[in-house]
Design a protein around this ligand. Structure first.
Ligand SMILES: [Zn+2]
Length: 323
């Protein structure tokens, strides 16, 4: 959800700027507005009609589809088609068209890295078609009810998933799925981005899909209102890094495909900034004072993080550490 937040914030600030020009004494918003999908997508500037699906082959039998929302990993081979994350029902015709470029467009299995709409709403189409859906048990639990996702400047009202969009299979700590001639390992190391994250390792191709625990589009979004925690982000990544090697292909939740060393560097930055923010909290500093002290400044350019992204990261790290 990371990249989206930057965009929505830019749109939101543009609206505020417009309001400021229109009124001589604009009032600052006191409460972030709660948006539903249509309004949120409009704010993101996301257009399902214009969206293009880009296909990148990362290894034999493993592709990544980039569209709108979370990156989709696709395992294809003799057993059929397995995807990790499935974006949106509105994009499914385009996703299927992309699949036909190298495989069948019947999706046999869909793994959700977590329950956020931009990663799992495609379940609504796939579930109806008989696709087997797999997720962490806490993600399925979250899908049973409406949830507010606090993106700091806006809040998103994520609706409960209908029965046909729910996972058929869940796991707790780890699960192995043997498919297309290789082991696909689902791992959960406690709450991180949400309370129900899964990292998915494709052992045959030496690749991993990290969901939103690892994004290389700036600082990560931590859904602290739904069990996410900065300490969990760090430890989850470290435990996955212990399972892979420097050559492992890393598919982030959002952003370009990379290798394990970039994720190791990301963890270093999270740890350094987390420790600084914790020390500031222990010194009695308020969130506003911490934002003003710019504890992330030296890393912002390296991560390509703009001001809204930094502000959201600081807010959610602060929320994690003061819960
Ligand atoms: Zn997410």
């Amino acid at each position: 959800m990371e990249r989206l937040i930057s965009i929505v914030l830019a749109a939101y600030f543009a609206i505020l700027a417009g309001a400021a020009q229109a009124h001589s004494e604009p009032e600052a918003p006191t409460e972030a507005p709660v948006l539903e999908l249509e309004a949120l997508l409009a704010a993101f500037g996301w257009d399902f009609e214009d969206a293009q699906i880009r296909i990148v082959k990362v290894a034999d039998g493993l592709h990544v589809l980039f569209g709108l929302g979370g990156n989709i990993a696709v395992s294809s081979g003799e057993d059929g088609v397995l995807v990790v994350d499935d974006q949106f029902p509105q994009l499914m015709p385009k996703i299927k068209k992309a699949l036909r470029e190298f495989a069948d467009d019947d999706v046999d299995v869909a793994i959700n890295t977590h329950w956020h709409f931009d990663h799992a709403e495609g379940n609504l189409t796939l579930g109806k078609e008989g696709t087997q859906i797999i997720a962490h048990k806490n993600s399925r639990e979250k899908m049973l009810t409406d949830n507010i996702v606090n993106l700091v400047i806006v809040k998103y009202d994520q609706k409960a998933y209908p029965a046909h969009g729910l996972p058929d299979v869940t796991f707790d700590k780890a699960m192995s799925y043997f498919y297309n001639g290789g082991e696909i390992e689902l791992l959960h190391f406690g709450a991180a981005h949400t309370s129900g994250d899964a990292a998915v390792i494709f052992r045959k191709q030496n690749a991993v899909h990290m969901g939103d625990i690892f994004n290389n589009t700036g600082y990560p979004f931590i859904d602290a209102g739904n069990g996410g925690h900065i300490d969990g982000m760090i430890s989850f990544c470290e435990k996955v890094l212990a399972e892979i090697d420097d050559d492992t292909i890393v598919i982030p939740g959002h952003g370009p495909v990379t290798r394990a060393p970039e994720m190791r560097r990301y963890v270093e930055i999270l740890r350094t900034t987390r420790d600084r923010i914790k020390a500031m909290i222990d010194d009695g500093m308020s969130l506003e004072e911490i934002v003003a002290a710019e504890p992330t400044a030296e890393f912002n350019e390296e991560l390509g993080a703009g001001a809204p992204n930094v502000a959201i990261y600081l807010d959610r790290v602060y929320a994690s550490l003061t819960k």
